[in-house]
Design a protein around this ligand. Structure first.
Ligand code: 0L1
Ligand code: MG
Length: 262
């Protein structure tokens, strides 16, 4: 596979995203032998296309960080993707179902970096020292593939199912909290749909950022000051429907929410 084919597949996935249309996973008939490395090259083409369209990167995100999701996908390493400025939804506002294919929501902790972090060998402690703030967040994922049916390379190529993110209004210093112990509930219409603790994310959400820095180093990149990084779901991902009032409560970090309209 060469750059031309990576770009062609990236356009195919981006069109599906823009037209809110699900597609058959690319490993079914387009690229059955797609490797993880080549999948990241397709993702890079998606990033370039979005930048060419005038969007800017808010920061990378980590996905598949829970033991449950890694086991389900039979992988030992999480994946990453990128969040863009047009994906950020204001806290408390309404999102329209028509902007998505089949969205799901998960509660996460976002890190705001005060300093650059460059792998290899980065530890969670180094991440905490380089972090200005942590924020409660809700990530809306929306795989472009039919029924969220994908293999690992498929989902990497599809920018790790990234779609939207809602960030809470309250910023906390990471040293003020024990982030692995942050109890989290995800509620819809007042009913708790899932719950967990920060430790669900690779033992501690800072470990997720450290792993991301080390993964990015492999392609000669680093995390930079000012980036907002989603560390991965503390809760599982819950399907959204019209009329849903979604709220996550994270102990010590506060609440974040949004509503779903037609
Ligand atoms: O943010 C995530 O953990 C999602 C990663 C992709 C897997 C999925 O779409 O469930
Ligand atoms: Mg996520």
């Amino acid at each position: 596979m060469g750059t031309e084919q990576f770009r062609e597949i990236a356009k195919f996935l981006l069109d599906a995203e823009l037209e809110r249309r699900d597609v058959v996973r690319i490993t079914k008939d387009k690229v059955p032998d797609l490797t993880v490395d080549d999948a990241y090259l397709i993702q890079e083409e998606i990033v370039k296309l979005k930048l060419e369209q005038g969007h800017s990167i808010v920061g990378p995100k980590m996905g598949l960080t829970s033991q449950a999701k890694m086991k389900q996908m039979n992988v030992e390493e999480p994946i990453y993707g990128y969040i863009f400025d047009n994906m950020v939804v204001q806290e408390g506002s309404a999102v329209s179902l028509s902007d998505f294919i089949h969205p799901k929501v998960e509660a996460e902790i976002a890190f705001v970096l005060g300093k650059d972090i460059e792998g290899p060998g980065i530890s969670g402690a180094q991440v905490l020292a380089a972090t200005d703030y942590v924020i409660p967040a809700l990530e809306l994922i929306d795989s472009r593939y039919e029924n969220f049916n994908f293999t690992l390379p498929d989902v990497i190529a599809d920018n790790a199912s990234s779609s939207k993110v809602v960030l809470g209004n309250r910023l906390r210093k990471p040293e003020e909290l024990e982030l692995d112990l942050v109890g989290t509930t995800l509620s819809i219409n007042g009913e708790i749909k899932d719950l967990g603790a920060g430790a669900a994310v690779l033992g501690h959400p800072a470990n997720s950022v450290a792993m991301l820095a080390n993964m990015l180093h492999r392609k000669g990149e680093k995390l930079t000051a000012g980036q907002i990084i989603l560390t991965g779901g503390i809760t599982g991902a819950v399907q959204l429907s019209k009329g849903d009032v979604v709220s996550a409560k994270l102990d010590g970090l506060g609440e974040v929410g949004f509503t779903v309209v037609e």
